[in-house]
Write a protein that binds this ligand. Structure first.
Ligand code: NAI
Length: 335
């Protein structure tokens, strides 16, 4: 029997999730959707032949659906995740779990109080084949201890609404989650420094920036966020171990020999670079939900990610190294 899903937030990524669930993945159907933009939401419901709700909470509480996907803009994630916890339904929430660490903590507390793990956060890098290969090599200690990581998060361009804090909170938040998962340990400190500004940036954005994190065991990580490269989307992760240097591979493209050049096209944005990761992420969420468990990034991971991002933002604003501190992980999240 198909899992009946309700999607709240029928914007860009919400629609790609509906599309993949209904037309590509197995074991689930989007049977309902909700959005505050009623006219647009209705048109999406019509296109995918599902029931429209102007009120997302009403949809979440309804017997029509078994599980929830939250893809609204960030400030409303908390409201709908809380409604799903209240209804006792599994919920997949796009990253970030909530913009403020305190809101993430409220979600953690509500989930723990409810006594059942229900929440998964949309950190899809964990589902990328290359990162999974890196994790396997690191976990086996095939090449000794990881010592340092050099990473980069590069975009061709961003618009004027993208400002200095967003480099950490919207872009490098992906590295904050996936590197913690790769190394299987928490961070100890954060620092953010600026490079020379590119001519392509604007008044409210320092670009590029470098975030420096240390882990509790002393691994040192640098992440470059350069969001106006003008020419490429490029995700790098180099793990320097005691006995080897490991590099994140990219999904391959055909080699083309033309105009006296041999080479291959690179991905121009996240939607194609990580399309397989999104498909795997949602398929595994569907499978786990049907089996009654959460096996992806948890609400706790969402909370720790926001605490780390806030520490990095403070470090940037105050120009100093900031210690990252949070509560002890509840037993509830220890697998
Ligand atoms: P979008 O702006 O295209 O869509 C957001 C939708 O939410 C809109 O249709 C809007 O009308 C609706 N909405 C706003 N307030 C609402 C409310 N109170 N109740 C119900 N609906 C409401 O945004 P986009 O790009 O689709 O992003 C949505 C979320 O997905 C964001 O949290 C974003 O961070 C996340 N995201 C994650 C990505 C990833 O790499 N995992 C990539 C892109 C987005």
């Amino acid at each position: 029997k198909d899992l009946r899903i309700g999607v709240v937030g029928t914007g860009a990524i919400g629609r790609t999730h509906i599309e993949r669930i209904n037309n590509k993945l197995q074991g689930a159907k989007v049977v309902a959707c909700a959005d505050v933009n009623v006219d647009f939401g209705k048109s999406v419901a019509e296109k995918y032949d599902c029931k429209f709700y102007a009120d997302g909470e009403e949809m979440i509480a309804s017997d029509d659906i078994d599980a929830v996907i939250v893809t609204t803009i960030d400030p409303y994630h908390e409201q709908y995740v809380m409604a799903a916890i209240k209804a006792g339904k599994y919920v997949f929430c796009e990253k970030p779990l909530a913009p403020e660490a305190e809101a993430c903590k409220r979600i953690v507390e509500a989930e723990v109080a409810g006594g059942k793990q229900l929440v998964q956060v949309g950190f899809m890098r964990r589902y990328d084949t290359g990162y999974r290969q890196l994790k396997a090599a690191i976990e086996n200690r095939t090449y000794g201890e990881p010592l340092m990581l050099h990473c980069a998060h590069r975009n061709p361009a961003v618009d004027e609404s993208y400002d200095t804090p967003m480099a950490v909170e919207n872009s490098m938040i992906h590295e904050i989650d996936v590197l913690r998962w790769l190394l299987n340990e928490d961070y100890a400190t954060a620092e953010v420094v600026f490079a020379k500004n590119t001519r392509r940036t604007h008044a409210n954005l320092m670009d590029p920036q470098i975030m420096i994190l240390t882990t509790k065991s002393g691994v040192r990580i640098d992440v470059e966020a350069f969001v106006n490269t003008g020419h490429c989307y490029d995700i790098k992760c180099e793990v320097v171990c005691e006995d080897a240097i490991l590099n994140l591979p990219e999904p391959s493209n055909i080699e083309v020999c033309a105009n006296a050049t041999r080479g291959h096209a690179i991905h121009s944005d996240w939607s194609t670079r990580f399309v397989d990761a999104y498909n795997t992420e949602i398929q595994e969420w569907i499978d786990a939900t049907k089996e009654g468990r959460v096996d992806g990034p948890t609400a706790w991971d969402g909370y720790v990610g926001q605490v780390t991002a806030k520490a990095a933002s403070k470090a940037r604003d105050e120009k100093k190294v900031v210690e990252i501190t949070f509560d002890e992980m509840p037993e509830f999240y220890k697998k």
